[in-house]
Design a protein around this ligand. Structure first.
Ligand code: NCD
Length: 308
């Protein structure tokens, strides 16, 4: 039987209920077991996935392509804006209209917040948002949840601290929406200029979900999970503003050992300098495991959206 998600777009984690999320995570666990035993299946061997990446990406694009190939699907890709007709001035909706004639699903990353929703409204095949500017990054949030569930054994009743550029970081926006059904408490740790957008805080107020804003890394590290992010340099119009904020939080082994040695440390990567290398060997440093989980979760998403 086709899943509830069959034929749908994945634009925002705000659109997913807890049942959808659990079904994606459980399917990802099945995919992980399959990859570790057989390596590859042919369940999407009749499908072609278009990956349209108009902003830089390493992990997201390669893990989507690897996920498609491990499901037996074929892929076609644009890996930079300068290699596509967008560079000639083509509108996003024209690009999408053309691509939907070639593929069964479009995975896209582009710099405009709301661009994925616009593409999804245009396309009559599923569109998966792989990052829309400073908007959302729902597949990252799902692999984050998969990692948290694996490492903490449950998603429920956790305190999650998010640190860094909460204003421009799309991963933390999607992660907040994705955790909302699981009775979380949040600590938003950022300089005032980079705090979580009001739209998200207001929605948390309405849902009576606890959150606290702070600029203290020592306070954030006391959570069950500390989710570090880099300052999103590419979103700053004024380089001096970026220079003034870069390096504002650096999580070190000594901060962790002094305040909460058992904390789970996550990061969507790439890291710049916000996690010191001496953290990497702590048992709670989960960021490379987290990146590996991306392929299994993206296999689950492709399968649930595309398999009849
Ligand atoms: C993130 C992104 O692109 O938003 N990277 C990723 O997909 N793993 C985080 C970032 O670039 O800071």
């Amino acid at each position: 039987m086709a899943s509830r998600l069959f034929g749908h777009d994945l634009v925002s984690t705000r659109d997913l209920c807890s049942e959808d999320i659990i079904s994606i995570l459980d399917t990802a666990a099945t995919m992980e077991a399959m990859v570790k035993s057989k390596g590859i299946t042919q369940e999407l061997s009749d499908k072609l996935i278009a990956c349209l990446f108009l902003e830089p990406s390493t992990r997201t694009r390669l893990s989507f392509e690897a996920a498609a190939l491990r499901l037996g699907a074929k892929t076609i890709s644009v890996a930079e804006a300068s290699g596509s007709s967008v560079a000639k001035g083509e509108t996003l909706s024209d690009t999408i209209r053309v691509m939907q004639g070639y593929a069964d699903c479009i995975v896209m990353r582009q710099p405009q917040k709301g661009g994925a929703a616009e593409a999804a409204a245009t396309a009559d095949i599923p569109v998966i948002n792989a990052g829309d500017g400073a908007g959302e990054h729902p597949t990252q949030a799902l692999l984050d949840l998969y990692t948290i569930r694996n490492e903490k054994e449950s998603l429920v009743n956790l305190t999650i601290a998010m640190t860094g550029d909460l204003k421009n970081g799309r991963t933390v926006h999607s992660l907040t929406w994705a955790l909302a059904p699981f009775a979380p408490s949040f600590i938003f740790c950022a300089p005032a200029a980079l705090q979580m957008p009001d739209e998200i805080c207001t929605a948390l107020d309405h849902a009576k979900i606890m959150y606290k804003k702070t600029a203290s890394l020592e306070e954030a590290v006391k959570a069950d999970v500390i989710y570090m992010t880099r300052i999103q340099r590419e979103r700053f119009l004024n380089p001096e503003e970026y220079d003034a904020l870069k390096g504002c939080f650096v999580l070190t082994r000594s901060v962790i050992e002094a305040h909460n040695p058992g904390v789970l440390v996550m990061h969507p990567l790439p890291r710049i300098d916000e996690i010191a290398p001496d953290v990497d060997t702590l048992p709670g440093a989960a960021y490379f495991r987290q990146a590996h989980n991306g392929m299994y979760v993206r296999m689950a998403i492709l399968s649930l959206l595309l398999k009849k």
